[in-house]
Write a protein that binds this ligand. Structure first.
Ligand code: TRP
Length: 362
């Protein structure tokens, strides 16, 4: 059995630096490591519709944005297959059969779904499609026999749900599905990058994002307005690192060589943090450093994105080819699933013979 990656994003907006450190950067590294036999990256438009049913245009508009972000970050369509979820009808069929293996109460316990219900004020009336999206996500993952799902911490409940479905399926119907593992970011700051306002998570709906396609002046403005330590009023005051966005971002983005280039008075991030804790280091100096680090990281992505955007039809062509290739793989898995469930009546000669014999005795 090969090593196979599947991961993806909902196309509800442009991707931001939280996506980058949480998963995108890692995907590109994994892609270029050559360690994986197949890599599938899914633009999860059908999942996006589960909580945007009345706004299909938003989803439609953002497919190309997400595709451009992927390619700009270094996802290479020669090495990774980029696909659009809705173009793979087999995923619906798989979901339909998996639904029989999951209870309502199990879905109600899913912490990511719980917090999303709260965020969207769905408490009073939850769309069924939204409620069951963890099952459809299990279909996404298992359709490609993925062994590895590189994703953020918020996707952990989805992968656990998938593992349970795989267990149940394999024990009821026989081994047909592969159990996936999540691959989390190795650094706490990357796991859940806060928004620039210091709120729990960077998210489009909270308006606290720095986008991958952001222009340099915008990046600078956002960095300079970032939430730090509210008690660090004068430069000489001792400062707090915990909950201080600027340091969280440095944890996620800063490399040792950035100090040589932009802040040679310090050897590394630990020294900078120590100085801040002691007092005598102003927020503006740290923010300027973070701005330099972010500008250096985001510039090549922005430039490449603009270049790619000059030929939009070519991007749709990549998505079409990727979706076609992916559908073949999903169709093969669906055949395995139906064989295991014995709902492949017309290929099942033993069944036809058995029924014929039964009736010939009458
Ligand atoms: N739930 C993911 C998100 O919110 C998107 C997604 C859909 C996904 N299917 C997936 C992620 C399969 C990993 C694997 O962005």
């Amino acid at each position: 059995m090969g090593k196979i990656i599947l991961t993806g994003d909902r196309p509800t907006g442009k991707l931001h630096v939280g996506h980058y450190v949480g998963s995108l950067r890692r995907r590109v590294e994994l892609q270029n490591s050559g360690e994986y036999d197949k890599i599938y990256i899914m633009i999860a438009d059908a999942q996006a519709l589960t909580d945007n049913a009345d706004n299909p245009e938003k989803v439609r508009q953002n497919i190309i944005e997400v595709a451009l972000d992927y390619l700009a970050c270094g996802i290479d369509p020669k090495k990774s297959t980029i696909l659009i979820q809705s173009q793979i009808p087999e995923l619906c069929e798989l979901s339909f059969y998996y639904m029989n293996l999951v209870t309502v109460s199990r879905l109600q316990r899913n912490p990511t779904v719980k917090s999303e219900i709260q965020m969207r004020n769905f408490e009073a009336s939850i769309p069924v499609g939204f409620f069951t999206y963890p099952i459809s996500q299990a279909a996404d993952i298992t359709a490609f026999k993925a062994t590895t799902v590189p994703a953020g911490e918020d996707q952990m409940p989805m992968v656990e749900q998938t593992q349970e479905i795989v267990h149940k399926f394999n024990s009821v119907y026989g081994e047909a599905l592969v159990e996936p593992k999540i691959l989390l970011p190795d650094n706490q700051a990357c796991m859940r990058l806060p928004g620039i306002d210091g709120k729990a998570k960077m998210s489009k709906s909270l308006g606290n994002c720095i986008y991958l396609s952001e222009e340099p002046e915008e990046i600078k403005k956002k960095v300079m307005s970032m939430f730090t330590d509210p008690d660090h009023i004068r430069v000489q005051d001792p400062g707090k690192i915990e909950g201080n966005c600027v340091f969280t971002y440095l944890d996620a983005f800063c490399q040792p060589e950035h100090f040589e280039r932009y802040l040679p008075d310090y050897a590394n991030l630990d020294e900078l943090k120590d100085h801040y804790r002691r007092g005598g280091l102003g927020d503006v100096k740290v923010k300027k450093f973070l701005n330099n680090v972010l500008q250096e990281t985001l510039e090549p992505i922005r430039v490449r994105r603009k270049e790619l955007a000059k030929d939009i039809p070519a991007i749709y062509e990549i998505l079409k080819k990727g979706s076609e290739e992916a559908e073949k793989v999903a169709a093969a898995t669906l055949t395995d699933v139906k064989n295991a469930m014995k709902i492949n009546y017309f290929d099942d000669m033993a069944l036809i013979r058995e029924q014929a014999e039964k009736y010939s005795k009458e």
